[in-house]
Design a protein around this ligand. Structure first.
Ligand code: AVI
Length: 322
């Protein structure tokens, strides 16, 4: 094997190098999301097997009035959404807040400027009464600068069970970062996919049409494109597991044969044994005890929660523990 290059051109290069020279091999799921990965994720959210989106939509439709009443307080508030995306689910709540004539601003934050501009335009047409201020950036940067562009009481919204893509220790760190940006008056509204029939979970991450397979393999496609590599994606299978004890769904790419892959930009040749795996993503499923524990570790406490008709998914409202 080559020695580790001392300088990498990007975090992507370094993370790919580290992941594919480790044992066992892994790649970070955040790198699935280039333009093609974003489109595939949109398709996943529209699949019948991927129940998460509809569950959260069901919660927002069913409980919008109660949620609106809890988050509203005298003096108005800023509704700050991390990872806003197309805002489809959020619009249900926004419409309710407007109908109730509450005093609020909507501050959607996303890594993609084009996604934000599309959202801003659609809101102008659909709910023109809303005062919207878009902000492009990563969660981390944004939380650091929150005080600069919000000086009112804050309600922070994180939908889609995105926290599930983090190991518990990283989830606590993420929650802790949010907690540090909050005051005693602020609230956090966050979605957590729940433990359920293991088959239902496996089906959501292993659809018959192969969209999730393409989404997972986009990691290899992206390495081919950006790092001049020669992965043959047909030589790998998409494999999903779910451990009902820990609540962890894991995605892998498994090599079907002995093979070598050249990653020219890293000056690296990676050898795979037949049936060797690359771990690519975790999608954690939760119960109340685990959410309570995560919250406690991060200095938060659960105020209340809302669930969908099937009890598949929950949105929790957290306050800062004083
Ligand atoms: C974005 N995230 C919450 C999705 C999930 O459910 O873990 C990503 C995903 N991976 C496969 N399907 C969807």
């Amino acid at each position: 094997m080559k020695t580790t290059p001392t300088t990498f051109q990007s975090a992507f290069e370094e993370d790919v190098y580290k992941g594919l020279t480790s044992f066992p091999k892994y790649l970070l799921s955040k790198y699935i999301y280039d333009e093609k990965g974003d489109k595939l994720f949109q398709q996943i959210m529209a699949m019948p097997e991927y129940y998460l989106t509809n569950c959260e939509l069901n919660i927002l439709k069913k409980h919008k009035s109660a949620i609106a009443e809890i988050i509203n307080k005298k003096g108005g508030f800023d509704l700050i959404e991390l990872g806003a995306g197309d805002g489809k689910k959020t619009k249900v709540l926004l419409k309710e807040l407007v109908d109730k004539e509450y005093d609020f601003n909507y501050l959607p934050i996303d890594i993609s400027q084009s996604v934000l501009e599309e959202l801003e335009n659609s809101l102008k047409n659909e709910i023109p009464e809303i005062n919207v201020k878009i902000q492009q950036g990563t969660y981390f940067k944004t939380l650091e600068n929150l005080a600069d562009y919000s000086n009112r009481r804050k309600v922070i919204l994180v939908l889609g069970s995105n926290i599930g893509n983090l190991l518990h220790e990283n989830a606590i760190e993420f929650l802790r970062n949010i907690q540090e940006a909050m005051t005693a008056e602020d609230m956090l509204f966050m979605g957590f996919d729940q433990k359920k029939d293991p088959q239902k979970i496996l089906d959501a991450y292993n659809d018959a049409t192969g969209i999730t397979e393409a989404f997972n393999k986009n990691l290899l496609t992206r390495i081919n494109k950006e790092l001049d590599a020669d992965f043959n994606t047909d030589n790998f299978i998409h494999w999903e597991t779910y451990d009902p004890e820990s609540g962890t769904a894991k995605s892998f790419l498994v090599s079907k044969e002995n093979q070598k892959v050249a990653i020219n930009k890293l000056d690296l040749e990676v050898s795979f044994d037949a049936w060797e795996s690359i771990h690519t993503e975790i999608s954690q499923k939760y119960d109340d005890a685990v959410v309570e524990w995560l919250a406690k570790e991060a200095g938060l406490e659960i105020q209340t929660s809302f669930q969908d008709n099937n009890n598949y998914y929950k949105n929790y409202i957290f306050r800062k523990k004083m």
